[in-house]
Design a protein around this ligand. Structure first.
Ligand SMILES: Nc1ncnc2c1ncn2[C@@H]1O[C@H](COP(=O)(O)OP(=O)(O)OP(=O)(O)O)[C@@H](O)[C@H]1O
Ligand code: SF4
Ligand SMILES: [Mg+2]
Length: 382
């Protein structure tokens, strides 16, 4: 359960992404990877970005870091503390990257060099932006390893990445990200490559890093369970666009976009009735090469009507402040549960009456990976 205040209206605006679009020209045509991403990140806030594979989560974050290939056509605006980052020279961007905005990738070995000791790599990150003696950098490196929970840091600092487990390597990467007290940390699927128990430890290290540095964080994941415990607000992406954004409570207890409701319905929950079935979303996301007109979720949406085929819905404020959804019929979702909107799979339909009870056993077994959803916040949302 998050103990943070979900309202950050008064916090300093650190990062503002406005109407960001990213297109990749390819031999087969233009891939519209990001089609209008908009968000503001305030000091101390954790924004979760969730969505299926290919929804544009990484591309929109790589655009913030200035790490997209030259062929990418980028439009819109990305400001950090009021300064426009799009179009900034590589030299100026380097003073922002690592120092002001740090990024953590899914695979720690993309960030760590296997031929250098962990301590050298940490010291290098510290010295890149600080004019301090080497001994001081080493002392800070040991401190950072301790903060992220590496045992015997003074010894471990002289080991190579291959001498660390996967979870520990990711904690080293988190320590590197913290090295210069960044204002923003972008973590792109930081726990996807790890097993569930190690995931929890790495998420704990990430939370410590965020609290120690006071940084705001963008936490990218395809797992709504991960954001439930970590984020203050959640942005749901589908086919390159934000389709819902709100506080964790809004998203988990009052989703207003069928896709979000479908994601929740396919997630095992600790607070669910034991006989409750999971309701997977059928089908796959559309190709971003040639999107048809209308709502991109239409082929998978049980609420779809004629209008959905003609007009793509805009992201509009719902009846709750700070909560927006992109669906022509979002009002119909008020108070609805996933299993009232999404039918069970065809195989489910052929199952005997006792199926729910059998599933209850199954969900019980996987409950270690299930989600403890925060209790609804009745005070914070106006
Ligand atoms: N360099 C590139 N050239 C062409 N298309 C690209 C390129 N990089 C990304 N894409 C496409 O852009 C879309 C968005 O990709 P992105 O990596 O942002 O997805 P994602 O949401 O991060 O997915 P995942 O959960 O799998 O990491 C995908 O369709 C992807 O194939
Ligand atoms: S606009 Fe139509 S197709 Fe799209 S999510 Fe809403 S009801 Fe479904
Ligand atoms: Mg990605």
């Amino acid at each position: 359960m998050t103990d943070r205040n979900p309202r950050f209206d008064s916090g300093e605006e650190l990062l503002a992404v406005r109407d960001l679009t990213v297109t990749f020209p390819t031999a087969d045509g233009d891939v519209q990877a990001v089609r209008g991403v908009d968000y503001v990140l305030r000091r101390g806030e954790v924004l979760g970005i969730v969505g299926e594979s290919g929804s544009g989560k990484s591309v929109s974050s790589l655009a913030v870091m200035g790490l997209l290939p030259k062929s990418a056509r980028i439009q819109g605006s990305i400001t950090f503390q009021g300064e426009e980052l799009l179009g900034l020279s590589e030299r100026k961007l380097m003073s922002v990257r690592g120092k002001k905005i740090a990024m953590i990738f899914q695979d720690p070995m993309t960030s760590l060099n296997p031929v250098y000791k962990v301590g050298f790599q940490l010291e290098e990150a510290i010295l890149a932006h600080n004019d301090i003696p080497k001994e001081q950098a080493r002392k800070r490196a040991v401190e950072l390893l301790e903060i992220v929970g590496i045992p015997f840091p003074a010894k471990r600092i002289d080991q190579f990445p291959h001498e660390f487990s996967g979870g520990m390597r990711q904690r080293v990467v988190i320590a590197i990200a913290m090295a210069n007290n960044p204002d923003v940390i972008i973590a792109d699927e930081p726990t996807t490559a790890l097993d569930v128990t190690v995931q929890a430890q790495v998420l704990e290290s990430l939370r410590t890093a965020q609290q120690e540095t006071g940084a705001a964080m963008v936490l990218i994941t395809h797992d709504l369970g991960v954001v439930a415990g970590q984020a203050d607000r959640v942005l749901v992406m589908y086919a390159g666009k934000p389709v819902e954004i709100g506080t964790v409570d809004d998203i988990y207890y009052n989703p207003r976009m069928p896709y979000t409701l479908g994601l929740l319905g396919s997630l095992p929950r600790l607070d669910a009735d034991r006989a409750e079935r999971l309701t997977p979303i059928q089908g796959t996301p559309p190709s971003l090469l040639s999107l048809p007109p209308g709502c991109p979720f239409m082929p998978r949406c049980p609420l779809a009507k004629d209008r959905c085929a003609e007009e793509e819905p805009e992201l509009l404020v719902t009846d709750t402040t700070d909560h927006s959804a992109a669906c022509h019929y979002s009002a119909l979702l008020a108070g609805k549960q996933a299993d009232e909107v999404f039918s069970h799979t065809a195989e489910d339909a052929a199952m005997p009456e006792s199926y729910g009870a059998e599933i209850a056993g199954v969900t019980g077994e996987v409950s270690a990976a299930a989600v403890e959803v925060p209790k609804p916040n009745t005070k914070g949302v106006s």
